[in-house]
Design a protein around this ligand. Structure first.
Ligand code: G4P
Length: 532
C-alpha cells in the first residue's frame, strides 16, 4: 500500500541511524547491550558470560571471529526508545578491517564514540574518528568505566581536543571515580544522577543548579564544593554548547558513565535520541540532494556472502535514503539499467533475520543477492540516478593468489569473485601473459580471513605468495608501454573494472614515477579515480 508523504516524514523524523566507534575493549559490546536493554530488544545484559561466547551469541558469527575473539564483520541491530526507532550499525573492532567500517559509516547519520576513562583516546578510535570527520557527521562521546579508577576528566577532554582536534562540551560531569565515584551532574538539565554501587539502580534528583543544597546532601560538602568549582571552570573556560557545531561534527557532547552498571546510559540515550539527526537528504553523484520523502531510493554499502553457512546465501545491505520501501516492489537497478523485483528483503538483528515488509529512510535492509549487486549500487523506484559512490581504502598489502588444486579451480574462481564483490579483498590481474591474480588488502589479518573463507566456504585451495608492494594507485588512462617506471619496484595491473592500477614498493618508487611521468595522474583509490 502506498503511504502518504506525511507518513514518510513522520517515520523519517523518528529514526536515528548510528554506529558506535571505539578501540577494542572500551566496552562497545557492553554499551550496545545496555542500549538494547533500555529499548527492550533484549531482556538481560551479559546473559552469556565471557567474551567469546557472548560474541558468538550475538553480533559476531564467523568462525574466525570466535577463534580470535575479534569482530571482523558488521551487523545491524534495531530497538525502539520512546517514540524513536534506533538503528545501530555494528562495526568491526579490529583495525585491519577498517575499510569495512569505513563503508558501514557511510550508512550512518551519526556516531557514538566510546572511550575507556582509564585509557583515553586509543589508536583505533583515532583512525575511526578520522573517517567520521571526513563525512562531517555528528559525534557523541560516552566516556566509560567510571566505576573504575581512570584518568582525570579534564585530561580526557584535553586529549579529545589535542589528539582528535575536536571541541567538546561535557554535558554530564563526574564526581569522583572508581571507589569514590558518586555520580554525574547534568550541566543542561541540572539533574544529579547518583551512583549507588554496582548492584543498585542509579537514582536521579532534580536540582536548581550545582549550588543547590540537594547536591551537597547527596555527595557531601567537600565533593559538592569541588563539583561547583569544576562546573564553573567549564562554564567559563570550556567550549560553548553549540548545536550547529555538533551538527557539523566539530563539537562533541560528552557524557560520563559506566556501561556495565548501566550508569549514565539512559541519560545518554535520552539526550542522544533528542539531539542526533534524523536521516537527511543524501546527495547523488551530481551533487543533487534527494529528499527523504521522494520515491524510494537507497544504496548498497555492504555485501556479505555466506552469512548463514547452512544457506550459503549472499546478502546485500541497503541503506534506505528516501521514500517507502515495500517488499515486492519493482525498482531500477541503475548500474545494470534494469528493473528488478525486491521480494526477498530482510531485517537483521545480529545473527537473526526476519522478513521485512516495509522500511523508511534510515533503515537498513538485507536483500537476497543472486550476484546482482556491488557495493555502491543505487536502487530507485522512479527516475535514474546514483548516490555518491561508497569510498574505499587504498590496499597496503598484496599477494599473488593461485589455486593449489586444479580440480578446485571453479570454487577458487567463484570465491575470489564473491569475496572481491563483497569488499573483503580487492582483486587485480597482472597485465602480463599469465594474467595471474593479485589480492590487495588494507590490514594483514584480512589475508587470514580471506584464506580461511576460501577454504571453509568455497572448498578452494588458495596459495598466497606475498609481494613487497605497499601502495596502489589508479592511473589516468594511458598505454602502459608509455609509462616510465622501474619494474624492480613497481608493477602495472588491472582491477576488476579493467582500470589500470600501479603497485609500488615504497615512497621512493611512487615519487620517482610521479616525477618521471608528469602527465600521469595517480589516484589512491578507485573512488577518487571515479570522482576525479
Ligand atoms: P568491546 O566490545 O569494546 O571490545 O568491549 P566489551 O564490551 O567486550 O568490554 C570489554 C571489557 O570491559 C569487558 O571485560 C567488560 O565487562 C568490561 N567493561 C565494559 N564496560 C565496563 C564498565 O563500565 N566498567 C567496567 N569496570 N568494566 C566494563 P572482560 O573482563 O574483558 O570481559 P567479560 O569477561 O566481563 O565479558
Amino acid at each position: 500500500m502506498p503511504v502518504t508523504e506525511a507518513t514518510i516524514q513522520q517515520e523519517t523524523t523518528r529514526r536515528r541511524t548510528f554506529a558506535i566507534i571505539s578501540h577494542p575493549d572500551a566496552g562497545k559490546t557492553t554499551l550496545t547491550e545496555a542500549l538494547l536493554l533500555l529499548g527492550g530488544a533484549i531482556r538481560e545484559a551479559g546473559v552469556v558470560k565471557g567474551k567469546a561466547t557472548r560474541r558468538a551469541a550475538r553480533s559476531d558469527w564467523m568462525e574466525i571471529e570466535k577463534q580470535r575473539g575479534i569482530s571482523v564483520t558488521s551487523t545491524v541491530l534495531q530497538f525502539t526508545y520512546h517514540d524513536f526507532h534506533m538503528n545501530i550499525l555494528d562495526t568491526p573492532g579490529h583495525e585491519d578491517f577498517s575499510d569495512d567500517t569505513y563503508r558501514t559509516l557511510t550508512a550512518a547519520d551519526s556516531v557514538v564514540m566510546l572511550i575507556d576513562a582509564a585509557k583515553g583516546v586509543e589508536p583505533q578510535t583515532i583512525k575511526l574518528f578520522q573517517v567520521c570527520r571526513m563525512r562531517h557527521i555528528p559525534i557523541y562521546t560516552f566516556i566509560n568505566k567510571l566505576d573504575r579508577e581512570g584518568r582525570d576528566p579534564l585530561d580526557l577532554l584535553k586529549e579529545l581536543e589535542d589528539v582528535l582536534g575536536i571541541q567538546s562540551y561535557p554535558v554530564t560531569w563526574p564526581v569522583g571515580m572508581g571507589g569514590t565515584f558518586q555520580g554525574v551532574y547534568h550541566r543542561l538539565t541540572h539533574e544529579f544522577e547518583q551512583f549507588r554501587g554496582r548492584q543498585e539502580k542509579p537514582a536521579k534528583f532534580r536540582t536548581e543548579g550545582v549550588e543547590d543544597a540537594t547536591v551537597a546532601k547527596l555527595i557531601g560538602d567537600v565533593a559538592a564544593e569541588q563539583l561547583s568549582e569544576e562546573v564553573m571552570l567549564l562554564d567559563v573556560a570550556g567550549d560553548e554548547f553549540r548545536r550547529d557545531l555538533v551538527a557539523k561534527g566539530e563539537l562533541t557532547p560528552v557524557y560520563f558513565g559506566s556501561a556495565i552498571t548501566q550508569f549514565g546510559v539512559e541519560t545518554f540515550l535520552r539526550d542522544f535520541a533528542q539531539m542526533a539527526p534524523a536521516p537527511t537528504p543524501r546527495k547523488t553523484v551530481d551533487g543533487r540532494p534527494v529528499d527523504t520523502d521522494a520515491p524510494f531510493a537507497g544504496f548498497i554499502f555492504k555485501i556479505q556472502a555466506n552469512m548463514n553457512p547452512a544457506h550459503r546465501d549472499r546478502v546485500a545491505f541497503l541503506r534506505v535514503c528516501s521514500g517507502h520501501f515495500e517488499r515486492g516492489m519493482t525498482v531500477t537497478h541503475v548500474r545494470l539499467d534494469r528493473k528488478i523485483n525486491l521480494t526477498q528483503s530482510q531485517m537483521f538483528f545480529g545473527q537473526d533475520r526476519n522478513t521485512v515488509e516495509e522500511a523508511y529512510p534510515g533503515d537498513i535492509i538485507g536483500l537476497h543477492d543472486p550476484g546482482l549487486f556491488q557495493i555502491g549500487d543505487t536502487l530507485c523506484e522512479s527516475g535514474r540516478f546514483s548516490f555518491e559512490p561508497v569510498p574505499a581504502f587504498s590496499p597496503e598489502h598484496f599477494a599473488r593468489v593461485t589455486s593449489a588444486d586444479t580440480l578446485k579451480h571453479k570454487q577458487f574462481q567463484k570465491g575470489l569473485q564473491q569475496l572481491s564483490e563483497e569488499g573483503a579483498i580487492q582483486l587485480f590481474r597482472m597485465t602480463n601473459r599469465t594474467g595471474d591474480l593479485i589480492v590487495g588488502v588494507v590490514g594483514r589479518l584480512q589475508f587470514e580471513v580471506f584464506e580461511y573463507r576460501l577454504k571453509s566456504e568455497y572448498g578452494a585451495a588458495p596459495q598466497l605468495s606475498h609481494f613487497p608492494y605497499q601502495y596502489a594507485r589508479w592511473l589516468s588512462p594511458i598505454d602502459p608501454r608509455d609509462i616510465n617506471y622501474d619494474p624492480a619496484s613497481c608493477m602495472v595491473v588491472e582491477d576488476t573494472a579493467d582500470r589500470l592500477v600501479m603497485l609500488f614498493a615504497d615512497d621512493f618508487s611512487l615519487r620517482w614515477v610521479t616525477e618521471k611521468n608528469p602527465g600521469l595522474r595517480l589516484y589512491p583509490t578507485s573512488y577518487e579515480y571515479d570522482t576525479q
